[in-house]
Design a binder for this molecule. Structure first.
Ligand SMILES: [Zn+2]
Length: 353
């Protein structure tokens, strides 16, 4: 799968991989539905009948790596690790899912509970086209397992909520030398606003704010009529999400002659380690213990589809995919010897949860 590069932006590549995965699931007896998309790759839902509410396994086929990355970061096995773009995040998570299902079928241990597997093609950009599908399937499920990479071997039981906001400021252009008094500098206003926005952070509560991109102005000698900023927001609790969202949307100009327009929202609610999440983790932990695995839990500032499912109150555990290092970074790799253990853990969870 890693040899077929699949950046989120490449619909054809993602569609191709979805077809390959579809074949594998159909061979395993699933009824597969394809959620056809125009902008992004298609999404897939594979269903196996059974008792009660289904268990739901979620993975994504897209990666952050552009086509051609394989030239500089070739797929290779070395010293017990496999390297390659998207190998850890999270093509191996999908392979582990298929392997787990193969194991269950081959050992005649297919779970009695109904089972659904959802594979989407736009997770790396925040699941804009698959969010409703993820939420619908999670809402029907007894529990959700997300096959993102682990934190080492630790599973993930808390993820920060994530939002992207954009601020656009309009002032008035004028010649900076001849008629400076006629101009209203959008950049000067932006400078004030950046300090105000950054100050919304609260590191004690885990709230981070990053004005990550700015642009504006048209020439050195023109008073800038326009300035723009893109803001990254991460929060650990829904309360903090509301506080920051409200503050950003109620931003006031320092210079009343400028106009400010703030857009954006939290597109991933926080995955909070509480009731259903904690309970599911402790059950998975004891299933792991029976297999000789000492599973711990971790939290991360990065988002995944687990944010969506946990926010609905669905018992969710994330990070059950491959074990390795450097997702989204040069040298991304997975540890080969851990992969069968992850597949076995997933198989036992599906059998016993
Ligand atoms: Zn991922």
């Amino acid at each position: 799968m890693t040899l077929i590069e699949s950046p989120t932006s490449d619909k054809a590549a993602n569609d191709h991989l979805i077809e390959i995965v579809r074949d594998r699931f159909e061979t395993l007896g699933a009824t597969v539905e394809i959620d056809t998309q125009s902008e992004f790759g298609d999404h897939l839902v594979a269903r196996w009948p059974g008792e009660g509410k289904p268990g739901l396994v979620i993975g994504h086929i897209d990666t952050v790596w552009p086509i051609g990355t394989l030239v500089d970061m070739p797929y290779r096995e070395e010293n017990g690790n496999i390297y390659g773009p998207g190998v850890l995040d999270m093509k191996a998570g999908i392979s582990a899912t298929i392997t787990a299902l193969d194991m269950l079928r081959d050992t005649c241990n297919w779970p009695e509970r109904a089972l659904t597997v959802l594979i989407n093609s736009d997770e790396e950009v925040g699941s804009p086209s698959s969010r409703s599908l993820v939420e619908t399937e999670a809402g029907k499920s007894a529990y959700t397992i997300v096959m993102e990479p682990g934190m080492g071997i630790a599973l993930k039981t808390a993820r920060k909520g994530l939002g992207e906001f954009r601020l656009r400021i309009e002032g008035r252009a004028s010649h900076a030398g001849a008629f400076p008094e006629d101009g209203i500098s959008a950049i000067e206003e932006m400078a004030h606003q950046i300090l105000h926005i950054q100050a919304l952070k609260d590191w004690d509560l885990g709230t981070t704010i990053n004005v990550g991109l700015i642009d504006g102005g048209s020439a050195r000698n023109t008073i800038p009529a326009e300035a723009n900023a893109v803001i990254d927001v991460r929060v650990t609790s829904a309360d903090e999400g509301h506080r920051v969202t409200n503050a950003l949307h109620n931003i006031n100009p320092i210079n009343p002659e400028t106009s400010l327009e703030m857009t954006g929202a939290l597109h991933r609610p926080p995955m909070e380690r509480e009731g259903p999440v904690a309970e599911l983790f402790s059950r998975v932990q004891s299933i792991g213990a029976e297999l000789g695995l000492e599973l711990s839990e971790s939290s991360t500032g990065g988002g995944s589809d687990a944010n969506l499912t946990a926010a609905l109150g669905i018992p969710t555990v994330d990070g059950m995919g491959a074990v390795g290092e450097h997702p989204h970074a040069d040298g991304e790799y997975l540890v080969v010897s851990e992969l069968p253990k992850r597949a076995e853990l997933l198989a036992h969870c599906l059998r016993n949860l």
